[in-house]
Design a protein around this ligand. Sequence first.
Ligand code: NAD
Length: 255
Amino acid sequence: MKTALITGGASGIGKACVEKMAREGYGVVIADVNLAGAEALAAQLTAEGLSAMAVHMDVGSEEEVEAGFDKMMETYGSCDLVMSNAGVQIVHPFDEYPFSDWKKMMSIHADGAFLVSRAAFRRMKASGKGGRIVFTGSVQSFVGSKLKEPYNFAKHGVAGLAKAIAREGAEYGIYTYTVCPSYIKTPLVEKQIPEQARDLGITEEEVVKNIMLRDTVDGVFTTVEDVANTLFFLSNDQGALTGQSLRLTHGWAMM
Ligand code: NAD
């Protein structure tokens, strides 16, 4: 059985990716700080006759990341696909951005991407079989947005990390990608709508229309299913796309 570990797998994009890969026959490790949510999803998939397990993982903790991957190897004996996806959003005007919130963002988005991809790389290299590492980037990997300096910094960073790992991983059959969606209505975005309205002094409707969807060609949100289908597509790539960032943006930030 092929296996996948997905961080932030208990909610939103990660959850849809967990469900997709489990239904495609993968044994899936749901790695999340929200252990109860991860366990509930694992139980639901197991009840459907699919294979899934939950692990508590704070992606900013080296010990928890390594322990989660060790559990995956003990249970399934392989590590074929890893999605470094866990993330949060904290918005503030730049001049008021607290250093403590910057550090929180870096712990999850920067340390997390490094620790999770390194843990994956180690196991994929040791197995001799290679594997695929997919980062959840964002349209914010290519553009800049008000109130989101740390997020832009980190999301630009993961695209670069994927390119570097693609070079180093090729000889071991390790391929890397960054999936870059524009806004998707998940809890992470639902939370931002009132926050951005407050910080920018506009209505929630204006946040959606004039900020979130303004630069798309059709005014449409991307969906979690769009990302899950892209992850599955990449799980079959034989290296032609390694190092690439795939933009799921309804025309925002086209190449
Ligand atoms: P979400 O809030 O629905 O889910 C995020 C998950 O990550 C939650 O289950 C949460 O418990 C988990 N998590 C948070 N901190 C963690 C940590 N330290 N360690 C492990 N797990 C942790 O959010 P989402 O919208 O599904 O976002 C997932 C990823 O997609 C994030 O990296 C986000 O930046 C990115 N993204 C989201 C959108 C969007 O519009 N929703 C667009 C582009 C990129």
